[in-house]
Ligand binder design. Structure first.
Ligand SMILES: Cc1cc2nc3c(=O)[nH]c(=O)nc-3n(C[C@H](O)[C@H](O)[C@H](O)COP(=O)(O)O)c2cc1C
Length: 327
């Protein structure tokens, strides 16, 4: 089902969550090839963008195939977030800019006073969103949590402030900062936010199957669903959600051959994006172990994956594994 964020048209209700060290251009392309309606980048700090060095340039790499794409940034002041947003619009031109208001990591939230720390300060939230929305031509969105802790659940209040300040959509991950990723996401809060604002609401948290996706849409009436951990090593979940939600098609089991093929494709995409082979292989060690989850003898193969240093070693290991399980 088509929907919009500002003037950006999105073909279906499946959104790839921003995930640090995961959602680079290669993984976003894979998500897109699975039919993902909107992909989001990993978060980048506003300061890194303003002082754009080689590593940041690499992180900002994006292709037209990924569009529509939302670039997520984090920071603690309206001024520097505005400068970073202007730089992005002049250079890589994302379709949407998303402000991180949920990251619980100590370095970001406590030391940097950004991410989930912003949930403590309504005036600052208003200032940040209105300043950026006034200065760049693309829609501005924010990704929030329930609140700082159980005594300070304020997602509904924050969402209203975001809307008043000019945000074009809000994503709700209904866990507190203190919870980090523990416990269950409180989907009731997504429903409460949806009832309180007129901008699109993207629901996030604990979607592991296409049935969970349908359940969240039905229970909360949110406009779209965002999937994070469920797609780690399992981008097929995106296609399963699109097929089930839009066409009622039931998912089928992904074979070992398909998984091995996807690991190779993922690695080739990293290299195509001009990532050095040693860096790409280190990145693929973790990604490959996600893909191998649930496969026969995966503990042994995962150990071996963490010892490979070249693409050839990785591909040989995977080919031999396939031969072994076919015997
Ligand atoms: C490895 C990893 C990296 C993440 N990085 C980010 C990030 O850069 N920005 C962000 O807003 N959330 C980040 N998150 C949170 C996810 O976007 C999402 O809100 C959370 O995982 C809950 O959704 P899920 O249950 O579908 O995983 C990250 C989560 C994981 C597991």
């Amino acid at each position: 089902m088509e929907w919009k964020i500002g003037n950006v048209k999105i073909d279906n209700q499946i959104v790839l969550a921003p995930m640090a060290d995961v959602c680079d251009s290669s993984f976003r392309c894979i998500a897109k090839s699975m039919g993902c309606g909107l992909v989001e980048t990993e978060m980048i700090s506003d300061k890194a963008i303003i002082h754009c060095n080689g590593k940041t340039r690499e992180m900002l790499y994006m292709t037209d195939f990924e569009r529509p794409l939302s670039q997520q940034i984090f920071g603690s002041t309206a001024e520097s977030l505005k400068h970073a947003s202007e730089y992005l619009c002049e250079t890589v031109k994302p379709d949407i800019i998303d402000i991180n208001m949920g990251c619980p990591v100590r370095k970001v939230a406590l030391r940097g006073h950004s991410g989930a720390y912003l949930l403590k300060d309504s005036n600052k939230i208003y200032d940040i969103i209105s300043t950026i929305a006034d200065s760049v031509p693309v829609p501005i969105t924010a990704k929030i949590r329930s609140g700082w802790d159980f005594e300070n659940i304020n997602a509904v209040e924050v969402a209203k402030i975001l809307e008043d300040a000019g945000a074009s959509a809000v994503t709700v991950h209904p866990r507190t900062k203190i919870q980090e990723y523990k416990g269950k996401a409180d989907w009731n809060l997504i429903k409460e936010v949806k009832e309180a604002v007129n901008i699109p609401v993207i629901g996030n948290g604990d979607i592991k199957t296409c049935y969970d996706a349908k359940k969240m849409l039905d229970e909360t009436e949110c406009d779209a669903i965002m999937i994070g951990r469920g797609v780690l090593g399992n981008p097929w979940l995106i296609k399963e959600c699109v097929d089930y939600l839009d066409y009622g098609i039931e998912p089928k089991k992904v074979s070992a051959e398909e998984k091995i093929g996807m690991i190779k494709k993922h690695c080739e995409l990293l290299l195509k994006n001009k990532i050095d082979e040693d860096i790409a292989v280190v990145k693929m060690r973790k990604q490959a172990s996600y893909y191998m989850k649930g496969l026969y003898k995966n503990a042994i193969i995962k150990n071996r994956i963490f010892q490979v240093n070249t693409k050839e070693e990785l591909f040989d290991l995977l080919d031999n594994y396939l031969k072994e399980i076919e015997r």
